[in-house]
Ligand binder design. Structure first.
Ligand code: CAA
Length: 389
């Protein structure tokens, strides 16, 4: 069967971050709760004018370097932070990037899972049309609200992947395990800017669904735990991923030490610890992290776990392709993160509390540090984006 998978991958996050030690101080909480209890050090904070469109366009600009835009036949935009109930956010990205008119664009939603369904819908298409490419972007802003238990697990980011036949980075296996159940662990009604969540229940479901999706995948693929050199998980907080991996070991009668868990998932969490949750983008920023930090992964099989509350969970896998290092955006990622500005607690609260107009009135966005695209203004209920010169 023809190989299909990730040809290029790049991520983008806001140019501002809050140290969770500063959040802990503002909340009167022991900072070890966040650094050890949740495994998180910082969270990315979007300034006014940075939204899912600007983040996605900035990630995609990097992923599309050296790719012929005319080969992009489809743009799939995964998000749970939608800015419009009708118009797909991907259409703005399509315009900002100058993609060809002959290109399908659609937005997909199922909490943090929709990046994975976009991927799984693209793979058979690429097998059928191996000369075409698909641009998959996943972009989200995780918001729970000030002074809520979920607050230290906020963050934001976008990932862009060009998917193709004969991919240069990762070729996916055909088998997958997938589970859907109607549960209320995390949701965001249309009228709310912040998510509602039953945090403990959601963490329990994350584990239960991992076991179910894994068992299905294992039965269908005939692969064992040890057939995967590294694992990459959706990462709401890093500590949950480490716990989940210990649990997956137990399900497979493997007693994993903390060092084993660090070896299997540690590299995939390097960015997550300082970016925070990025919902749909999280699993794939984890993948970029693994590629950027692990030693030579050539020929290694990776196990991937995607979880979207509500819920759909999927376990799948892929093999890293020879020469993958030459296509990575490692230096770009690290430069972007090194240049981030650290916010004071008061600045974070200002950014968080900024209100976008919802009555049709005109608003020029304050200018903040962004990538190459920003939301310039909103007027007559329309968003106007611009390229930063
Ligand atoms: N030093 C070290 N550790 C400490 C500590 C201290 N001083 N104080 C507390 N801790 C530890 C606790 O012992 C606990 O560890 P264990 O889990 O090992 O028992 C850990 O810190 C967390 O503390 P709490 O149990 O008090 O949990 P919390 O109220 O802080 O909630 C959370 C944690 C549920 C993740 C919360 O941040 C939350 O609701 N986040 C949003 C929802 C979420 O991320 N869910 C994850 C699964 S759902 C999903 O995957 C989809 C998605 O992206 C949302």
């Amino acid at each position: 069967m023809i190989k299909v998978g990730i040809d290029t991958i790049a991520f983008y996050t806001a140019h501002y971050a809050l140290d969770l030690a500063d959040l802990a101080a503002a909340r009167g909480i022991d900072p070890n709760k966040f650094s050890i209890g949740l495994g998180q050090q910082q969270m990315a904070v979007p300034p006014p004018g940075e939204d899912i469109v600007t983040m996605a366009a900035n990630a995609a600009l990097q992923a599309l370097q050296f790719i012929d835009p005319n080969s992009i036949e489809m743009l799939l935009f995964a998000t749970e932070s939608g800015i419009d109930q009708s118009k797909a956010a991907g259409i703005y990205v399509h315009d900002l990037l100058g993609l060809p008119a002959r290109c399908r664009v659609i937005e997909l939603k199922q909490a943090c899972y929709s990046g994975t369904v976009a991927l799984q819908l693209a793979l058979p298409f690429l097998r059928q049309f191996p000369d075409k490419k698909v641009l998959l972007v996943a972009s989200d802003i995780a918001r729970y609200g000030l002074n809520t238990p979920g607050e230290p697990s906020q963050g934001c980011g976008a990932v862009a992947m060009v998917l193709s036949a004969n991919p240069r980075i990762l070729a996916f296996d055909a088998e997958y395990g997938v589970v859907t159940e109607n549960v209320m662990d995390f949701w965001r009604p249309n009228y709310s800017e912040n998510a509602f969540v039953d945090g403990k229940y959601s963490s329990k479901l994350y584990m239960n669904m991992l076991e179910k999706a894994w068992q299905q995948y294992r039965d269908l693929s005939g692969r064992d735990f040890s057939d995967h050199a590294y694992y990459c998980y959706h990462a709401p907080v890093s500590r949950l991923v480490e716990k989940a991996h210990h649990y997956l070991g137990k399900v497979n009668r493997e007693k994993l030490s903390d060092a084993d868990v660090a070896q299997h998932v540690g590299h995939s969490l390097t960015y997550a610890r300082i970016v925070g949750n990025s919902y749909t983008a999280s699993l794939y920023i984890g993948l970029a992290s693994l590629f950027d930090f692990a030693e030579d992964l050539t020929g290694k099989r990776l196990g991937l776990y995607s979880y979207g509350s509500g819920c759909v969970a999927e376990f799948f896998s892929g093999t890293v392709q020879p020469g993958y290092q030459t296509v990575l955006a490692t230096a770009h990622h690290q430069d972007m993160l090194a240049k981030r500005k650290t916010l004071t607690y008061a600045e974070y609260e200002d950014f968080f509390s900024f209100k976008y107009p919802d009555d049709g009135s005109a608003c020029d966005m304050p200018v903040h540090e962004t990538g190459q695209f920003r939301l310039a203004s909103i007027a007559d209920h329309k968003r106007h984006y611009e390229k930063v010169t």
